[in-house]
Design a binder for this molecule. Structure first.
Ligand SMILES: Cc1ncc(COP(=O)(O)O)c(C=O)c1O
Length: 448
């Protein structure tokens, strides 16, 4: 890793005429291809593909990359055009660096020996194994919520919880920046979706009052996240829960990014805000800190758990988490709850603070609060596409987020930090970001 660090630190690509862009690859967005009229469905896909290919040809389509090994602090990614970028890896979401932990790998192997790799069915039929119940109980202890239902992915858990609980006549009040799975679930469940301004509890209160006044007969679900995945900020969870209770609504919090990675005991924002076990519904994903696919919905009510098992379609009609995934997640939950987990969170937080500090020193805007997600403001979408390419070539692997995932021309780099990132590595990464941004400004004509 030291050798790679040295190589990366020395690599500053030349600014050459061939890297100058002012063409179609820097214009438009994927949103343009969502809203096209026309009878020919394939033609709509082809129009998007042609635009994406133009971007691939110019090296400014940093999506659908392939990882060459484990998602460590350093890694190698192959781009869609076949170029390989090796360097400092801030593009994985392996927050506690558990993907190659001996206890986690041993648990996966033991499960495979005992159960095979599986195809046993949904949790509503016979897809669960003995360890599934143990995992539900252990996760329940971490969350202080006894009723936990597992889902094949976090996306399925978010979508399934809302679609499973909310009927057409009910209402969803949801943060405008909540994750896609939550918005999709809300839209699929009811036409009565009320967006509230990001983190704005006063706005939630006004909406709750208005909905209750106009419709005293139907249910309301308020939906938010513990740590927002594009902005690294958090709502006042206690206030939202109190407002929900006052107006006869339920609150659901998505803790995909913070559970296990934040809080002294790994309880995430719920723990940091003294709200562990205090919220109606919590959902999350194992695809970040827990080194696996999978998701869950937790509550205090056994009826909600069983209702969702049969009415949340992604649970009822999709295969259960495999025994290997269950074993991996159990091993990760055990580490999260142990002294080792606390030490890993300590290293993770040191790296987060080092990265945020080094970026700020370089004059770069970093959004939100310290969390494993460090959103780095790049600005104009065209500038961001070029900057992202320059970073990759200079040995920094991090995901670009652009419109429509965030608002127009507020593109950002979503750097995801892990326990194995050292402060020195974070400082090198910040320097690469600053250099790449500067080169991109020259290349796009923003600075001459
Ligand atoms: C806030 C949030 N919720 C849910 C999900 C979905 O999780 P999964 O990757 O397990 O499907 C994600 C992952 O992107 C997320 O960021």
């Amino acid at each position: 890793m030291d050798e790679l660090l040295d190589r990366v630190a020395d690599a500053t690509p030349e600014v050459t005429a061939t890297t100058t862009n002012d063409g179609a690859e820097l214009q438009g967005s994927s949103f343009d291809y969502l809203t096209r009229p026309g009878t020919d469905l394939a033609a709509k896909a082809q129009a998007f593909h042609a635009w994406a290919q133009t971007r691939v040809t110019h090296g400014v389509f940093p999506y659908a990359k392939r990882l060459g090994g484990r998602p460590g602090a350093t890694a190698e990614l192959t781009m869609l055009d076949g170029q390989r970028h090796a360097g400092l890896n801030f593009s994985s979401q392996e927050y506690l660096s558990l993907a190659r932990h001996p206890a986690v790998c041993a648990a996966a192997q033991a499960a495979m020996e005992r159960y095979g790799v599986h195809s046993a069915g949904s949790t509503a039929l016979a897809g669960n194994v003995e360890e599934t119940t143990a995992l539900e109980a252990e996760l329940g202890e971490l969350l202080r919520m006894p009723e936990v239902l597992l889902f094949p992915t976090g996306w399925a858990a978010g979508f399934g919880a809302i679609k499973g609980l909310v009927r057409e006549t009910d209402h969803v009040i949801i943060d405008q920046l909540a994750h896609n799975c939550l918005h999709e679930g809300a839209r699929a469940a009811t036409p009565n979706v009320h967006l509230h301004r990001h983190l704005d509890a006063d706005h939630v209160e006004r909406l709750l009052k208005r909905v209750r006044q106009r419709d005293p007969r139907n249910g309301i679900l308020v939906v938010t996240e513990g740590c927002f995945s594009m902005d690294a900020d958090s709502p006042d969870i206690a206030r939202l829960q109190a407002l929900a209770r006052e107006h006869g609504a339920l609150l659901m919090v998505d803790v995909a990014h913070d559970l296990g990675s934040l809080g002294a005991g790994g309880g995430g924002q719920l723990e940091l805000q003294g709200q562990l076990g205090q919220v109606d519904l919590v959902m999350g994903s194992f695809s970040k800190t827990f080194a696996s696919n999978g998701g869950f919905v937790a509550s205090h009510d056994p009826a909600i758990k069983e209702y969702l098992r049969f009415y949340a379609a992604p649970n009822t009609f999709s295969n259960a988490l495999s025994p290997v995934q269950v074993a991996i997640i159990r091993a990760c939950v055990a580490i999260v709850r142990s002294a080792e987990g606390a030490a890993r969170r300590g290293r993770l937080m040191q790296a987060i603070l080092a990265l945020r500090g080094a970026l700020t020193e370089q004059g770069i805007t970093v959004l939100g609060h310290p969390s494993p997600i460090v959103p780095v403001m790049l600005g104009h979408d065209a500038l961001a596409r070029v900057a992202s390419r320059e970073m990759g070539q200079a040995g920094l692997l991090a995901n670009l987020v652009e419109y429509p995932a965030v608002s127009l021309n507020s593109a950002r780099l979503r750097m995801q930090v892990m326990a194995d990132h050292t402060p020195a590595l974070c400082q090198t990464a910040a320097r690469i970001v600053a250099d790449a941004l500067q080169r991109a400004r020259v290349l796009t004509g923003e600075v001459h």
